[in-house]
Design a protein. Structure first.
Length: 335
């Protein structure tokens, strides 16, 4: 049992429901969201680990995730669809998904960008109703597609280095599933249960991967996380089970009011503390060991057929197609 220590950052105001730390390599800034406040928050991180908040932007009534965009702004999963936040902080709704959003009792939750620059975002019901969540994909031409339905709380999503496998957490079922992935088309294939965390301290929440294809999963509830050994045969076979980490949170002094709690919804016990996922990682000089998908690393490029200056190395979401600019005449149809 490994016992790393997590220390809450005291230099920035606490969030109501803070999630999704993501590194913006172009700006050298740490991004995260306050879901219930509908905010995108930005900070610099010094070499010594000092976090200094530089801006807070409003992206909607709720904001589930943020990723850097190629224009220097950001793409968000906000309310019931996708929103563009320009570098000045102006938010523009790009897609309002049919059957999603506050009026339908759902919101966007976690999301990420695949190796080719496609944007994925999942949904959940405010009350956590089983089967109410879905996963959507936005292609490079701006078209929007429904990838999966029948999820409960679509959560962390990440790809292996070769792009052939994608992992998706569903907090409602306490599982992480592995799907075969076609990076040329963005299609999901055969799937299997990669991790079943139903008997652990909390269900699977956010996840990320390191450069050796270890999968790191935050557990919702008491502070903790689970990690897998080095991937073998696509996550199957000997050595593919989770290694649990007891994450001890050190609190120097009283906890401030509003410290990052989650809202469990009707009928759910409020967890003590939400484990932070994707913490900022300090890179040793000359060696890139940061979680893949948040900083560019040597050799991580999309297939040549998908490469263009617009979406570069796939670490930022492009402004996908003509309807994804600042002036959007109407929502993009969903297939």
């Amino acid at each position: 049992m490994q016992t790393p220590t997590a220390t809450p950052v005291r230099s920035v105001p606490p969030a109501i429901h803070g999630e999704g730390p993501t590194w913006d390599a172009a700006r050298q800034e740490l991004l995260w969201v306050d879901i219930d406040a509908g905010q995108v928050r930005r900070a610099t991180v010094s070499a010594g680990g000092e976090v200094a908040e530089v801006a807070v932007h409003t992206g909607g009534e709720t904001v589930g995730f943020v990723v850097p965009a190629s224009d220097g702004g950001w793409l968000l999963g906000a309310d019931g669809g996708f929103t563009h936040l320009d570098p000045t902080g102006r938010a523009t709704v790009l897609v309002a998904l049919d059957g999603e959003g506050p009026a339908a009792g759902t919101r966007m939750n976690d999301g990420a960008v695949d190796p080719a620059g496609r944007l994925f975002g999942g949904t959940m019901a405010f009350d956590g109703s089983p089967g109410a969540g879905s996963l959507y994909r936005v292609d490079l031409d701006g078209s929007v597609h429904t990838v999966l339905t029948g999820l409960t709380i679509s959560n962390g999503i990440e790809w292996t280095a070769d792009g052939r496998t994608v992992y998706l957490a569903d907090s409602g079922t306490s599982t992480v599933r592995a799907y075969d992935y076609d990076v040329a088309t963005g299609a999901f294939g055969a799937d299997r249960v990669f991790l079943d965390l139903s008997s652990d301290a909390g269900p699977a929440d956010g996840l990320t991967m390191d450069d050796e294809d270890h999968v790191w999963v935050a557990l919702w509830g008491p502070a903790g996380c689970a990690a897998t050994p080095r991937r073998r045969a696509g996550g199957r076979g000997p050595g593919a089970g989770p290694q649990h980490l007891e994450l001890r949170v050190h609190r120097p002094g009283p906890r401030p009011a509003g410290d990052q709690h989650v809202h469990p919804g009707p009928g759910r016990r409020r967890p003590r503390r939400r484990a932070r996922r994707r913490p900022p990682v300090r890179r040793p000089p000359g060696r890139d060991r940061t979680p893949r998908g948040h900083l560019p690393r040597p050799g991580r490029r999309p297939p040549p057929a998908l490469t263009s200056p617009q979406h570069g190395e796939g670490t930022s979401a492009p402004l996908l197609g003509p309807k994804w600019g600042a002036e959007v005449p109407s929502p993009t149809p969903v297939s």
